[in-house]
Design a protein around this ligand. Sequence first.
Ligand SMILES: Cc1ncc(C[n+]2csc(CCOP(=O)(O)OP(=O)(O)O)c2C)c(N)n1
Length: 620
Amino acid sequence: MLLERIQQTNDIKKIPPKEYEALAEEIRQFLIEKISVTGGHLGSNLGAVELTMALHLALNLPEDKIVWDVGHQSYTHKLLTGRREGFDTLRKYGGMSGFPKRKESDCDCFDTGHSSTSISAGLGLVRARDLAGGSNTIVSVIGDGALTGGMAYEALNNAARMESNFIIILNDNNMSISENVGGVSKYLNNIRTSNAYLDVKDGIYNTIRKTKYGDGIVTGVRRAKNSLKQLVIPGMWFEDIGITYLGPVDGHDVKGLVRVIREAKRRKNCVLIHVLTQKGKGYSPAEKHPARFHGAEPFDVKTGIPLKKKTKANYTDVFSTVMVKLAAREPDVVAITAAMPDGTGLKRFRSMYPERFFDVGIAEEHAVTFAAGLAVGGLHPVVAIYSSFLQRAYDQILHDVCLQNLPVIFAIDRAGLVGSDGETHQGIFDLSYLSSIPNMHIMAPKNKWELSDMMKFAYAFKGPIAIRYPRGEAYDGLQGMRQPIEMGKSEMLFEEEKIALFALGSMVEAGMQVREALKERGLSCTLVNARFAKPIDGEMIRYLSRRHQTIVTMEENVASGGLGEKVRTLVEEEKLQARVLSIHVPDEYVEHGNVAILKKEIGIDVDSILNRILEEIGIG
Ligand SMILES: Cc1ncc(C[n+]2csc(CCOP(=O)(O)OP(=O)(O)O)c2C)c(N)n1
């Protein structure tokens, strides 16, 4: 086993070049085997094996730095930096993260999870290096998907024409999670299909020109003789803005990649190496279904089929169905995704209403302002973005949608704890960042039927409105409880006395269990479905406080700016009688791990809530 010889950082340099292919194969087998058990980002990692090997061969870590974009493709990097054992606990609570983490290794130089940050962060490291008089190499690795994000262009603009070495590697597998979109993607694809490989074999840089432009144009465009730049024609756009373009390069040829990276290190400016890779390489189910294996649940290695059978619908499925029904009834409904048609459930909408569907790439800020434009143009957009990614579009929601009070529906999936993706992906801030915006309205459904009702309500409302719902199976209890939705009004589910649970969204299900447990102890308990986080139902809070000693607010959001804070403020301002106990996510980042474990750890699982209530009323 070659992998046995790689115990720590830079051990890969002891592997003879003739063994590179065998090592890549071993790494692939290792990743497939481990990820089939733990789940994780398989396809992107299989595609980046040789690229990562080459980076580790050409660089000297940890002095040199690799900044990974999104960070989901860093598994081989982890493997080559002494973290092999970590793969048994990958993405588990207390185990190794699925993303780069500075606290995990001195070879992880920048924490990530969200897309399109690597060039900005890398450039920062470059400027810091230069000011300190350092000479180490900084490499940012960005995918073609991540290159659809606006921040990448802001950074390229800033890095262009600089007079110091900075290497950007564009890992182009022609895929985002799903098919990549947009003009730049088309441009890159033209380069890919032009067969104009930068031939780095034998150390001679030769462009095999089979481009449709032909040699004549090539000669005309490039004047300077004997320069590397002269020989590479395809990436003219990068060249034109002042970034040296090298490529395209075969991303599965370790030796060739090492040569190009070494060449790039010699330049005194910003260099972009365009590397062509295949997502899922070496594992046929992942090659055939790259979107499915982007982030995979545990699966059977032989067949690629997930081990856990899906039995119940999740909220994404419900949203998916509601959207096509709504679109059938309402011709002004249009849908927007930021590179996640599968994850958000808009795939069906796309196939049924392609002209009313917009995938804008990984561009959440643009998605929201674009929606504002659509709304001004007379349409009713539904923007489907995960809670943690929508954080990026705060100003666009505030400045472009809410200021003009436009009819835009925000369908916020993955609201609440998401689990194994960890800190960067937990959807625990949306109530806070949305609540502060005037004109915004925020709802959360208690069960799958209510998500459907809320979508209809949101459409009829004709103003800025958000519906947040969690990852995973949709609650299918309380089917009969379906009182009509009214703006800012909660729903009384079970009315008793003493303790009142005022639960939002996913917490209604937990509230049902807490209520049962309290009743088993002979304690009576009211349960209210809060429905709205903004505006909150003041009338209901006043009513509850007249008849109960304690109001327990329950939400899957941090304390600051959450439901509990609002209820407490109202109770204090109006000097109401009841005490308020707030159950929320603490004001902290929550790490990766199984959701049930995380809930226990932060005290929002049923047992912890029950104990907190018993303590509060003096029984605990
Ligand atoms: C701001 C933000 N939006 C969405 C995502 C979800 N996401 C994770 S990876 C990915 C696609 C990245 O594609 P690419 O950069 O080409 O990398 P690949 O997986 O193809 O190697 C997306 C959309 C994210 N991480 N961050």
